[in-house]
Design a protein around this ligand. Structure first.
Ligand SMILES: [Zn+2]
Length: 436
């Protein structure tokens, strides 16, 4: 039996959603705190003195002033776009055709898929992200590479084969039947294997025929414990395109809804240009919306209505949308979420930003009972942040009067240099040299 490990430092956790309950009622900061880990789970949290007294034989890692929190959760990403992140000058549809599809074509090669999967997980762990929900490519090889790499590292991840049967180049198209058959085989192979979850993944309505969407809806009905992920209302041009492809649909969401692809466990990336009926139906169905702010500014998509959608009680998470997004870092993503909300007249509190990147994203993926917080029984996926990681951040945070003033400069200006350590499933996974 593994012994208890104590991680000591400042701790930040949540007992409620700060958007609903307010910051004071939701966030818990302990200046000299700690987390006891055992058998891959968080056993206990408390003050450093309490934990030392209760676990005299424990292995202790003292991170000093380091801030220990749940690891970041990236609720929408495309790992195959790792090598083409930050490609210049295009908007969504041209960007897909010019950069994305040629790169995704390469994932027919299992060796290339494995190389990029390893590189991707190196990058996300260096940025303190312990769970991602990723689109793979049309190739089953890409799904195998993604899950194999995550499994070898002991990570809780979600993902699925991206299905497309039209408006994509030769070599990146499947059919309704092959999309169903391949997805089903991959689901049976990976879903529930250790910490892995399969996600049924039609890319978006423009690249799936109604028959393919219906096949995905049928597969989801047979496996309702899986999530279903896709894209919704990212750019105005895309919404018009959907209207022309589905003239009988009431709106973009209806193209999914009428094929059995709306319900609890549906996870929609972007959701920027929504009609009133779509907002009402998303709420009613208890579907999840994932805000991808670095992508929305980078590709010029628009400004997500965080304040309005939160007031409606929508289920919302945060994500990078790598490589439409311009960063692997959830710190940079929180900063962009702050900037996008500012442009809509709302200053998100650091507690709200941090909640979105941990508990909010876990809740959007319906995993908040397992990950995304510091609490007994939650899986021990943790990040330790240095709140003085660069001279610019250090000279600002030294003036802080409370944790929020100390944390906000790292949210706005921090990057992978702020990530001191990462733990996944109770094991130290970063820095790589210090095996837990
Ligand atoms: Zn995306």
């Amino acid at each position: 039996m593994a012994d208890t490990t104590l991680l000591l430092g400042q701790t930040l956790s949540f007992r409620a959603d700060p958007f609903a309950a307010g910051v004071a009622e939701s966030a818990v900061h302990v200046r000299h705190g700690g987390v006891a880990l055992r058998d891959g789970l968080i056993q206990e949290t408390g003050t450093a003195d309490e934990l030392r007294a209760r676990h005299p034989g424990a292995t202790v890692r003292d991170y000093g002033d380091g801030l220990i929190t749940a690891g970041f959760i990236d609720a929408h990403a495309h790992f195959p776009q790792t090598a083409m992140i930050a490609s210049w000058g295009k908007r969504l549809i041209d960007w897909l055709n010019t950069y994305t599809f040629p790169e995704e074509m390469r994932f027919a090669d299992a060796a290339y898929a494995a190389e990029i999967a390893a590189r991707y997980f190196d990058l996300v762990l260096a940025n303190g992200t312990t769970t991602v929900c990723s689109f793979c490519t049309i190739h089953p090889e890409s799904v195998d590479a993604y899950f194999s790499e995550a499994q070898a590292r002991g990570l809780r991840v979600l993902g699925g084969k991206t299905c497309m049967d039209r408006n994509a180049p030769e070599g990146l198209r499947d059919t309704p039947q092959s999309a169903y058959d391949d997805s089903k085989a991959l689901l049976e192979k990976w879903h529930g294997a250790g910490r892995l979850s399969y996600v049924i993944t039609p890319r978006f309505s423009p690249t799936s025929t109604p028959d393919q969407l219906a096949a995905m809806g049928a597969l989801w009905a047979e496996h309702p414990d899986c999530l279903m992920q896709t894209h919704l209302s990212e750019q105005v041009d895309e919404v018009s395109w959907v209207r022309s492809l589905f003239p009988e649909a009431r709106d973009y969401l209806d193209t999914y809804e009428c094929h059995g692809l709306l319900g609890p466990g549906a996870v929609f990336g972007h959701a920027i240009h929504l009609e009133p009926r779509e907002r009402a139906r998303l709420k009613e169905a208890d579907a999840s919306l994932v805000h991808c702010p670095t992508s929305n500014t980078f590709i010029g998509s628009g400004l997500f209505d965080m304040d309005g959608l939160m007031r409606e009680g929508q289920r919302i998470g945060l994500a990078t949308d790598t490589g439409g997004g311009s960063s692997f870092s959830m710190l940079r993503t929180m900063a962009a979420a702050y900037e996008v909300a500012q442009l809509r007249g709302r200053a998100l509190h650091p507690a709200e930003l941090y909640w979105l990147a941990t508990q909010g994203a876990a809740r959007a993926l319906r995993l908040d009972h397992r990950i995304g917080n510091l609490a007994p029984g939650i899986e021990a996926d943790l990040v330790v942040l240095d709140l003085a990681s660069t001279p610019a951040i250090a000279q600002r945070s030294i003036r802080a009067n409370d944790i929020w003033e100390a944390l906000f400069p790292t949210i706005m200006m921090g990057d992978d240099r702020a990530v001191s350590a990462v733990w996944a499933g109770g094991r130290s996974v970063m820095p790589a040299a210090s095996a837990g």
